[in-house]
Design a protein around this ligand. Structure first.
Ligand code: NI
Length: 177
């Protein structure tokens, strides 16, 4: 499915401290026009940010939908948006630096599988099963974590994680006042 990015809105990205980022997302029951519009808007939002992956909870929608920019290694054709994605096989282990559009200005080293098999649905409603390695594999693991309310900072040493949370709590408070 071709997404016409010029037709879609850029959505506000939810920031650490927003409860929606910690709630498990619900399965998508049917790929309606709303889901396709949401995917298009997420894809545009990801590129405007700019980022290389985005999960629906990051734009305040508690549904299992992710967009991934797997760059030159892309094996999917429909803007790399996957509905109800699951990792069905994983192998290898490697530490790598991650960041997140919902936690701006923060990076950290996270252990991830080097090879994953992702299953889900395309926006056309077709079953999808694809293998990824390296950076795309890491992005899929990071984005699918978002659907379970897990953020990459959860894998960081506790001291560093607490420091980050405190910094964002202050930021939320100062924005509210
Ligand atoms: Ni993220």
């Amino acid at each position: 499915m071709k997404i016409r990015l010029e037709d879609t809105a850029v959505l506000p990205i939810r920031i650490l401290g927003d409860p929606v980022l910690r709630e498990p997302a619900a399965q998508v029951d049917a790929i309606t026009d709303e889901i396709i519009s949401l995917a298009a808007a997420m894809f545009r939002t990801m590129y405007e940010a700019p980022g290389i992956g985005l999960a629906a909870p990051q734009v305040g929608v508690g549904l299992r939908l992710i967009c991934v920019d797997a760059g030159a290694e892309a094996k999917l054709s429909d803007g790399l948006c996957v509905v109800n994605p699951r990792i069905t096989a994983a192998a290898g282990e490697e530490a790598g630096e991650e960041g997140c559009l919902s936690i701006p200005g923060v990076t950290g080293m996270v252990m991830r599988a080097t090879h994953v098999t992702v299953e889900g649905l395309t926006l056309d409603g077709e079953a999808l099963r694809a293998d990824f390695e390296g950076l795309p594999a890491r992005i899929f693991q990071h984005e699918i974590d978002h659907l379970d309310g897990i953020l990459f900072i959860d894998y960081l040493p506790r001291l560093k994680r607490d420091l980050i949370k405190r910094r964002f709590r202050k930021r939320t408070l100062s924005q509210a006042s």
